[in-house]
Design a protein around this ligand. Structure first.
Ligand SMILES: *Cc1c(COP(=O)(O)O)cnc(C)c1O
Length: 367
């Protein structure tokens, strides 16, 4: 069998080539490249998809997190609670505000922040909680929201991996005070470059992010506050509009692939993903666990199977954060997960035959 990559963006492009090409041509013909009609139309369509009132397109998922935190009033001296088991952008955005990320260990089954460990780290400086919907599975939001309400904290969803995921029947983007999405090319809804969005029901938050992304601008050369250059561009918006129409079909394909993997790996000595009963997991990544992870990675790569590790080093142990004052944090569940997780190929265009081939290889390794 031919090599199977971890993700295959070319296969997806070819499946909707005419629509993508038309979208790109439309923008070039109008030569309106920054913000404008395409971005506004995408914002409206994506807000509707989430079931939220407002969507503001920004330059990346990192920008979405940063601007959402600023709009929530996070600043120097503040503490923001988050998970150590995520991409570093989650914590970086907190640091960019001059605030300090406070890492809380994860749930061993879902890999999401463990709500039962949050209250112990709340201090008088705590201002917000940033749960990450890791791999496409929403964090357990009800206990997180009730802790936040009790302590007067904002909840900012990092939904970079969880477009269209649901918690108790509601989509990401509507679960906290504000939600942040990434349209990095490999995400479930991916642009052809960088892109992101802030989604919220709160009109003040939306307006503030709208202003912050565009140099604090109120009119062409009238700047109400010191902002940033973190706008979404029209080419990305047009491409995202074309792809948004397929997002539900692609999510269903991912969920079917996950189901097939889990069935085929049932007898194997690896741990398959746990799906909480109240969620719709959108399988940005299909992540299994093995106590022989490093050997498994070598074994699968030698057979032409593209695998990844998300993530090999939890954030509290990253050199970037180790120097600072995070010595208090021994987070054993995240540390253990980082040595055992491995992501198998996952993208909508995978075939049943490819999944069977990958599962065979994993099963052979386990024998
Ligand atoms: C991808 C990702 C981000 C950052 O998004 P960019 O668009 O790459 O800036 C943030 N958080 C998580 C969990 C991500 O997976």
């Amino acid at each position: 069998m031919e090599k199977i990559p971890l993700v295959d963006l070319k296969a997806q492009y070819l499946s909707i080539k005419d629509e993508i090409d038309e979208a790109i041509e439309r923008v070039i013909n109008k030569t309106a490249f920054i913000l404008g009609e395409e971005v506004e139309a995408f914002e409206e369509e994506y807000a509707r998809y989430c079931g939220a009132k407002h969507c503001v397109g920004v330059a990346s998922g990192t920008a979405a997190l940063h601007l959402a935190l600023v709009a929530c009033g996070i600043g120097p001296g503040d503490e923001v609670i988050t998970t150590p088991f995520t991409f570093i952008a989650t914590a970086e955005a907190i640091s960019h505000c001059g605030a300090r990320p406070v890492f809380v260990d994860i749930d061993p089954q879902t890999y999401n922040i463990d709500p039962t460990k949050i209250e112990a780290v709340i201090t008088e400086r705590t201002r917000a909680i940033v749960p990450v919907h890791l791999y496409g599975q929403p964090a357990d939001m009800d206990p997180i929201l009730s802790i936040a309400r009790r302590h007067g904290l904002k909840v900012i969803e990092d939904a970079a991996q969880a477009h269209g995921a649901e918690y108790k029947g509601r989509r990401t983007g509507t679960l906290g005070d504000v939600a942040c999405f990434s349209f990095y090319p490999g995400k479930n809804l991916g642009a052809y470059g960088d892109g992101g969005a802030v989604v919220t029901d709160n009109v003040e938050t939306a307006n503030r992010v709208r202003r912050l992304r565009d140099h604090g601008r109120q009119a062409k050369y009238e700047h109400l506050e010191i902002g940033y250059g973190e706008r979404l561009d029209a080419l990305q918006a047009a491409i995202l509009r074309a792809k948004l129409r397929y997002l539900e079909t692609w999510i269903e394909a991912r969920r079917n692939h996950a189901c097939q993997y889990t069935n085929l790996l049932g007898e194997c000595r690896v741990v398959t993903p746990y799906e909480a009963p109240f969620v719709r997991h959108v399988y940005h990544l299909y992540v299994i666990r093995s106590s022989h992870r490093d050997e498994l990675v070598v074994y699968l790569r030698a057979r032409g199977i593209g695998v990844g590790i998300h993530y090999p080093i939890p954030l509290h142990l990253q050199p970037a954060y180790l120097q600072k004052d995070y010595g208090n944090s021994h987070l054993p569940i995240a540390e253990q997960a980082a040595t055992e997780v491995v992501s198998l190929p996952m993208y909508p265009e995978l075939t049943g035959e490819q999944i069977a081939h990958i599962a065979d290889a994993v099963n052979q390794f386990c024998q």
